[in-house]
Design a protein around this ligand. Structure first.
Ligand code: NAG
Length: 253
């Protein structure tokens, strides 16, 4: 009997604490019933095409959702490191040829080297294409450029640097899905199509099967500076002498 009482006490304690914990979570889960955000996944896969300082960056996003994303617009939000940039005038030029709507809030200096350059924020606005049931995709393929890096000593440093482009964040803006339950989850980002004003966007969970893409950029070697200077001086002096000699010969003849 004693043991029995003891056990029921423990059970009571157990159930009541479960109840207390459950009641704590009920208001939270009620405010988080936005399936558009909670049940939509974005798989991001990227490739850097071509070689050298001027490349194409392909970003394929595969969305899967129980909601109909037909009325949604996708925002691909990029943050480029100081070693890379998008050229806004080039992107503007590409728009009539199928390039995406975009917004870049900063002035971009396309001349500055990496160590004098800021990170760059860029927003791309694209409509998703339906694939099969419950799946959509967007493909943003745009030119990306890499900046020159400060030359350094080849004896103490590798003469290449890797510039890594992190995967973008993916957000949605939908006309007839979402609704009030989603409003508390919205975040403010620039409005389509060109960033005028701030709009509410719903962030979706992203994942990827691939690492962030990386460009390997050659770096100038300061150890070669003496050699370069000496060679330039010799060649210039030699050429000058040659001209003088030729002129003199012509005068004589
Ligand atoms: C994305 O678009 C580019 C050109 O617009 C194309 O070459 C590429 O194959 C597309 N990628 C995917 C995964 O569809």
């Amino acid at each position: 009997m004693k043991v029995h009482l003891h056990r029921s006490n423990i059970m009571f304690c157990y159930y009541s604490s479960l109840l207390i914990i459950a009641s704590l979570f009920v208001p939270l889960s009620q405010s988080l019933t936005c399936p558009l955000v909670l049940k939509t996944n974005a798989q991001v896969e990227r490739r850097l095409l071509n070689e050298g300082f001027h490349r194409d960056l392909e970003t394929a996003v595969y969305l899967s959702s129980p909601e109909d994303l037909q009325s949604c617009l996708v925002l691909v939000k990029e943050v480029l490191p100081p070693g890379a940039y998008f050229d806004p005038s080039q992107l503007r030029f590409l728009k009539p040829f199928g390039g995406p709507d975009f917004y870049i809030p900063q002035m971009i200096n396309v001349e500055t080297p990496e160590h004098f350059s800021p990170r760059i924020l860029a927003y791309f606005y694209v409509l998703p294409k339906p694939l099969n049931h419950g799946r959509w995709m967007v493909n943003v393929t745009v030119p990306v450029h890499f900046r020159y890096h400060r030359a350094r000593s080849g004896t103490s440093h590798p003469l290449e640097v890797g510039v890594r482009l992190q995967h973008p964040a993916i957000l949605l803006q939908c006309e007839d899905v979402g609704g009030d339950v989603c409003t508390p989850l919205a975040q403010l980002e620039p409005c389509p199509p060109s960033g005028y004003n701030q709009c509410e966007w719903l962030p979706v969970h992203t994942f990827s099967t691939s690492e962030a893409v990386m460009a390997v950029i050659p770096v100038g070697n300061t150890d070669l500076l003496d050699v370069v200077l000496l060679t330039t001086t010799c060649v210039t002096a030699g050429a000058t002498l040659l001209i003088l000699v030729t002129l003199k010969k012509k005068k004589i003849s």
